[in-house]
Design a protein around this ligand. Structure first.
Ligand code: ZN
Ligand code: ZN
Ligand code: ZN
Length: 189
């Protein structure tokens, strides 16, 4: 009995050590696989009180279509990038000229409040990450806010819970037009 107990304990200890080693190796592997900050979900996005668009402070040029600079007023929104996978619409970018979130999937550069040539994902020493936007019906949960919509006149992301097709101020003139847009859902922290 005593010998069996010792054997049992010895085996358990060896197994525990093996498991600990395997766990450490697995963790080391995970650590090496952690993406660089540039590829991870990005926080710091804000709703502009004046134009109603989603924009990100941090670049020197932040022209607002309503005049002056964008005004940050909101939660701290977080955007998913393409490398994270999961549901959503790709081809969203940060515009280096107006700092708004815009969709370049239409094959042109929309109307930009910061540059006559339109939105641009390159500028001020930065290149925009490639964002994926989830919708109210296809998302990965967590804390989030729906009623974000795409303006088909200027191509930026706009918050619109008015029940109409228009909101904010648009770089194409007048108010943003969000008719026909999906209902996007954006996470915040
Ligand atoms: Zn603005
Ligand atoms: Zn722009
Ligand atoms: Zn617009």
């Amino acid at each position: 009995m005593t010998t069996e107990d010792d054997n049992g304990t010895g085996l358990s200890r060896r197994r525990a050590m093996l498991l600990a080693g395997a766990t450490a190796a697995a963790l080391a592997g995970l650590e090496a696989a952690v993406p660089t900050p540039a590829l991870a979900a990005q926080s710091g996005w804000r709703w502009c009180l004046q134009c109603g668009s989603l924009w990100r402070p941090g670049l020197p040029y932040n022209a607002c279509p309503a005049g002056g600079a964008h005004v940050a007023r909101s939660w701290n929104y977080v955007l998913k990038v393409e490398s994270e996978g999961g549901p959503g619409q790709p081809e969203w970018r940060l515009c280096a000229n107006c700092q708004a979130l815009w969709w370049r999937g239409n094959g042109n550069t929309g109307q930009c409040s910061g540059a006559p040539m339109g939105h641009n994902e390159v500028g001020w020493g930065t290149i925009s990450p490639r964002y994926v936007l989830e919708t109210a019906t296809a998302n990965t949960g967590g804390t989030g806010q729906a009623n974000w919509r795409y303006c088909s006149n200027c191509h930026v992301m706009v918050y619109n819970d008015t029940g109409t097709n228009s909101a904010g101020r648009c770089a194409a003139g007048g108010r943003h037009y969000t008719g026909g847009s999906w209902n996007f859902r954006i996470k915040y922290v």
